[in-house]
Design a protein around this ligand. Structure first.
Ligand SMILES: [Ca+2]
Ligand SMILES: [Ca+2]
Length: 360
């Protein structure tokens, strides 16, 4: 399947003239550390649903595998140290890793079929079912981690030798390097949650000072230069941090352990438009964004519009090149006739939906 024919181009022009854009609401998922629950809220209405009524231990971070339709979370503190997963509706809970030390960060490489996590002083990965565990690195107190699947890098926050650090390595743990050091004193203050914007060339982290209880959001270039305070120092510690790149947002949690107060806040990637989500009485351990599948959204920006036409034909004609260019997208977003395959039979339904007609 090559480029669109003249007839298709006329359809495209008609669709674009109609200003077609279809988007669905996204969800925010979070773990409740004290209550041992996993909850979600619609990001338009903020109506809350409980997905998991009781986790085996206090849940910490959470990550989503959209391709496999699973959520993964870690547990630490009073209770077993586990890496668990469940279906996105909370059913089918499985323990995939039982660890000696608290399990903190978790990240998913859905295309490669790998789950990454960090225990107190080691970073590890396994197949998504928990088999084939491999230790990728050790040392210090590893706080959290994230993956840059565009550049195939692993980023982590580590407190070691009286210094809080941001480090990175290849996905197999080789070529580890320190990008930023001296973030806090590395014993009572330092970097925790971490996220990477590969296209924007920035790594973001949350900063938590457990002595003063204060926190902030910082970022740097991917080589560790040009450190900036994105969100200035506030009176609550900043803990978990994730990026919602299609919507150009940073999400983070603030925590006050003394009064067991917590909240989820967000801002634009440059730190402007800070707001607190209207979710009261929460004490979040980790957060994740669940993007509702949007039929025909081939560039994964959450919308079906003209920008999806070229990626649609790329996925049809050269699936490997598509996955290289859109490593976090599900090519089956293009399965517009619902037969489980992306092929020529999806072209007419794609343009029908794009043009404002029937969508799956
Ligand atoms: Ca799109
Ligand atoms: Ca199909």
């Amino acid at each position: 399947m090559g480029s669109p024919s003249l007839a298709r181009r006329l359809l495209i022009a008609a669709a674009l003239a109609a200003g077609a854009s279809v988007s669905n609401a996204d969800w925010i998922l979070w773990t409740e550390f004290n209550a041992r629950t996993v909850k979600q809220a619609d990001l338009n209405t903020f109506v809350v649903q409980t997905l998991i009524a009781r986790t085996a231990g206090p849940p910490v971070r959470i990550a989503i595998d959209p391709l496999g339709g699973k959520m993964y979370w870690t547990t630490a503190g009073v209770g077993p140290n586990l890496l668990q997963r469940a279906n996105l509706d909370g059913t089918g809970i499985e323990t995939i890793i039982t660890a000696v030390f608290p399990v903190l960060g978790v990240a998913i490489d859905a295309q490669a079929g790998h789950v990454y996590w960090n225990e107190t002083n080691s970073i590890r990965r396994a197949n998504l079912d928990g088999t084939n565990v491999r230790i990728l690195g050790t040392g210090g107190l590893i706080q959290d981690m994230t993956l840059d699947l565009v550049n195939q890098k692993l980023y982590l926050t580590r407190w070691v030798g009286g210094s809080g650090r941001v480090e990175r390595s290849n996905l197999d743990g080789t070529a580890r390097e320190t990008l930023v050091s001296g973030i806090g004193n590395g014993s009572l203050s330092g970097p925790v949650g971490i996220g990477v914007d590969a296209a924007g060339g920035k790594v973001y982290w949350g900063y938590f000072d457990f002595l003063s209880g204060q926190g902030k959001v910082q970022r740097a270039n991917l080589d560790g230069t040009n450190i900036e305070n994105v969100v200035p120092l506030t009176s609550d510690g900043v803990d978990a941090l994730i990026l919602d790149l299609p919507n150009h947002k940073i999400y983070w949690t603030i925590l006050d352990f003394n009064v067991k107060f917590g909240a989820i806040q967000r801002a634009d990637l440059d730190g402007s438009n800070i707001e607190q989500l209207p979710l009261t009485g929460i004490f979040p351990g980790g957060i994740a964004i669940l993007r509702v599948p949007c039929p025909g959204d081939m560039n994964c920006d959450g919308r079906l519009d003209g920008a999806d036409i070229d990626p649609f034909f790329l996925a049809l004609g050269d699936p490997a090149a598509y996955l290289l260019q859109f490593p976090t997208c599900d090519p089956l977003n293009g399965d517009m006739n619902g037969d489980g395959r992306l092929d020529g039979g999806d072209i007419d339904p794609f343009f029908a939906c794009l043009g404002g007609g029937q969508c799956p």
